[in-house]
Ligand binder design. Structure first.
Ligand code: PMP
Length: 444
């Protein structure tokens, strides 16, 4: 009764205020009236520490600084996205889907046609039998979920696995999202230094494992170094994780960008095709490895926000449940756009990138250390010590390079140290050549 009285009183107040407001608009003195109504808000005091304690991406900062360089002079080696056109069949399929009205909500786990194409790829590539749908497959078969970009899969995996205070081991240097994955889940990212060769090995990971460790993230080919793990390194990591009951998340967003010498491991069901080593191809990986892959980099559609995760069914079901509430799904018509993507031959584009990789390594290895990028489209290059101490060298080099109109990303963006810079060779050859000359000159 009391609450009903209160609510009718507050209703009355609203009506009075509305009438006042109407009057304020009809008569002079509007400003005076408005001032009395607008008690200043302090949004700052309301922001959660989850948001206020993190910095915007360092790559974004590079982008903003780069905006001050005239476009005709700028040599941008900072961008982590392919520079080739999106394959026509993908564009056609996405447009067709929009025209045909495939614009409503899809299934949270992804449209069946796309899941079938992913299942076919997983069977040929890593030898996993992914059931076509939850009902028709056995409980021990791995599951698959289409996600909002590869980032979507990473976020879902961490939210599904990590409780407050749990730990995830990530490589250092790392992809910029990794430390924040733990932060979002009130968990802890334990950084595994992989300097100077950037290899995430069991020997480096094992001493960091504690009773709170639930997840190890392997990224091969890696961002920012382009380094590919060997089959032996994958095997040792898999055995370690299984022994300690830890999920091994293999972020393989750059799987297609693997260069000749890194294509060492045959597809399990199509032996004539070889790829960069993956722990998922090793026998019995299904219940330990969470395989995360994406479409954005491989087909130049980073803005389509499409990726997928496959692995232990129980985990995939929890991730799918979380996706229902977080992102609902990835974009429906764009899922149709990539249904046929995994059958496309991208070898021409990959060969072009391999030639650029060779140019990067041959130019810069004359003046500094560049661990060979066996994949992806980045090199993580050591800055000569004369540029400063271990926590400032990358930034200083970056600032000097900006003065010469070249954009790279300082190592501190990806690491606790700042001894390197990342360059992306997803840049047309002529620009890349010009940029490399400037960078080599700075290091001579
Ligand atoms: N993992 C790695 C290693 C990456 O480099 C990136 C993007 N740069 C992602 C995941 C996220 O990719 P997406 O755009 O598909 O979310």
């Amino acid at each position: 009764m009391g609450s009903r009285r209160r609510s009718s009183a507050s209703l009355e107040r609203v009506v009075i205020l509305k009438n006042h407001a109407r009057r304020a608009f009809e008569w002079p003195g509007v400003l005076l009236f408005r001032r009395t109504l607008s008690i200043p808000m302090n949004i700052d005091a309301l922001i959660a520490t989850r948001a206020s304690t993190i910095n915007g991406s360092g790559i974004r900062r590079v982008f903003e600084i780069g905006a001050s360089i005239p476009p005709e002079k700028k040599i941008d080696l900072s961008i982590g996205q392919p520079d080739f056109p999106v394959p026509q069949p993908l564009r056609d399929a996405a447009c067709r889907a929009i025209q045909e009205g495939k614009n409503g909500y899809p299934l949270t786990r992804g449209i069946q046609e796309l899941r079938d194409s992913i299942a076919a790829r997983l069977r040929d590539d890593v030898g996993w039998t992914v059931g076509p749908s939850r009902l028709s497959s056995s409980a021990s078969d791995p599951g698959v979920v289409v996600t909002a970009g590869t980032s979507g899969a990473l976020v879902l995996a961490c939210l599904a696995l990590l409780n407050d205070g749990d730990e995830v081991i990530i490589p250092d240097p790392y992809f910029v999202l990794y430390p924040y994955l733990a932060h979002f889940a009130n968990a802890k990212a334990v950084k595994c230094s992989t300097y100077p060769d950037f290899r995430m090995t069991a020997a480096r990971v094992e001493p960091l494992i504690t009773p709170r460790t639930k997840l190890v993230i392997l990224n091969s080919p890696s961002n920012p170094a382009g380094v590919c793990n060997s089959e032996q390194e994958c095997r040792e990591l898999l055995e370690l994780c299984r022994r300690r009951n830890i999920v091994l998340l293999s972020d393989e967003i750059y799987d297609e960008f693997a260069y000749s010498e890194s294509r060492t491991q045959p597809f399990v069901g199509k032996g004539e095709r070889k790829a960069c080593a993956s722990p998922a191809r090793l026998a019995g990986s299904e219940d330990c490895v969470l395989l995360v892959r994406g479409y954005g980099k491989t087909y130049g559609v980073t803005g389509w926000r499409l990726g997928y995760a496959a692995g232990p069914r129980r985990l995939i079901e929890e991730m799918t449940k979380l996706q229902q509430y977080l992102y609902v799904s990835s974009p429906h018509p764009l899922q149709w756009g990539v249904v046929g993507a995994l059958e496309l031959d991208m070898s021409r584009e990959v060969s072009e990138y391999e030639a650029r990789r060779d140019l990067v390594v041959s130019t810069l290895s004359k003046v500094t250390d560049v661990p060979l990028p066996g994949g992806a489209f980045y090199a993580f290059v050591k800055v000569p010590e004369r540029f400063g101490g271990e926590h400032e060298r990358g930034e200083r080099f970056f600032q000097e390079a900006v003065k010469r109109n070249v954009l790279v990303v300082p190592g501190r963006t990806f690491s606790q140290r700042d001894t390197h810079f990342r360059l992306s060779f997803a840049t047309p050859l002529e620009k890349l050549r010009a940029g490399l000359e400037v960078l080599a000159d700075m290091m001579r």
